[in-house]
Design a protein around this ligand. Structure first.
Ligand code: CP
Length: 306
């Protein structure tokens, strides 16, 4: 089965968007958040297929909430014992099968599968990448940019720091591209064997030095499920040097903000006390995720608003 024409309306990578499209999406998401616009019910029911080949809580749930708020019909597929994947069907044939049912839009998350990426790229049905492998998570980057814009008033000129397992983080890779495109500086602070290779971003050796520099600190989870080999660093050493907690965050300016894409491992990448820090925007990121995904799906489907 083949889908010969690539839909130009898909969002597969943050590279698919121009600066003006990003600014438009942030403004649109803010209109939804302020309740300034409402989706008009489409003449025919529009089906959004949510295909999750990899675990997710916030991305999946927020796409579903966003779809309902837009008066769309989400249909969710997750790989489990009740699907034909359990009988041996390949993931790419599963995706082709779901596309053959002609939903109006497909949202897909996968662990980094070249054949799935090729199908998504060639699909004539608009596709949104809900996180793929270690490289792309465009909707997370957009909601992160929206959160920085809201909290700090502008993105241009900010100093964005990613802390932790940058090498395996699609959030950091997509986010770095987006923030640089929008005129922010990006740096990382990670253990040596979790640092991103061939990086064009500044690298800090110590967290205190990095935290003094940044205006936005974005923590990351150690993504063990994507590690091909064990790291040399013990959990104790990681906690001491990279955990975001009251002790380490003492070096962060009072006007800076703390973010994390989630999920976070309590007491390893983040301590609970950070959630009640006035600089913490983690739950705002989650809230903004719904509005940003409304903006993205609304645009791809050409919805009208009152
Ligand atoms: N940030 C993020 O993608 O979270 P989930 O894996 O819970 O969707």
């Amino acid at each position: 089965m083949s889908y010969p024409t690539r839909s130009t309306r898909s969002l597969l990578s943050i590279d698919d968007l121009s600066n003006s499209q990003v600014i438009h999406l942030i403004e649109r998401a803010q209109q939804f958040k302020k309740n300034e616009i409402q989706a008009i019910r489409p003449a025919k029911p529009l089906i959004v297929g949510m295909v999750f080949f990899e675990a997710s809580t916030r991305t999946r749930f927020s796409f579903e909430v966003a779809a309902h708020r837009l008066l769309l019909h989400p249909v969710v597929f997750v790989v489990d014992k009740a699907t034909s994947v359990d009988k041996g069907e390949s993931l790419h044939e599963t995706l082709n099968t779901l596309l053959a049912m002609r939903p109006d839009l497909l949202v897909v998350r996968h662990a980094g599968n070249i054949r799935l990426e090729e199908i998504m790229r060639k699909s004539s049905i608009p596709v949104v990448n809900a996180g793929s492998g270690v490289e792309e998570h465009p909707t997370q980057s957009l909601l992160d940019a929206m959160t920085v814009q809201e909290r700090l008033g502008q993105i241009e000129g900010q100093r964005i720091l990613y802390v932790g397992d940058v090498e395996h983080s699609r959030v950091a890779k997509s986010g770095a591209k987006l923030f640089q495109k929008l005129g922010a500086q990006v740096a990382v602070c990670s253990p040596k064997d979790l640092a991103v290779r061939d990086s064009n971003v500044q690298q800090f050796n110590t967290l205190s030095e990095a935290l003094k520099w940044c205006t936005v600190c974005i923590g990351l989870r150690i993504q063990k499920e994507r590690h091909s080999q064990a790291t040399n660093l013990s959990q104790g050493q990681y906690i001491e040097n990279f955990r975001l907690d009251n002790k380490n965050l003492a070096a962060l300016s009072s006007s800076a903000i703390i973010m994390h894409p989630g999920p976070f491992v309590p007491d390893v990448d983040l301590s609970d006390e950070v959630l009640s820090d006035s600089r913490c925007a983690i739950h705002e990121q989650v809230t903004n995720g719904v509005y940003m995904r409304m903006a993205i799906m609304g645009d791809l489907l050409g919805l009208s608003y009152t």
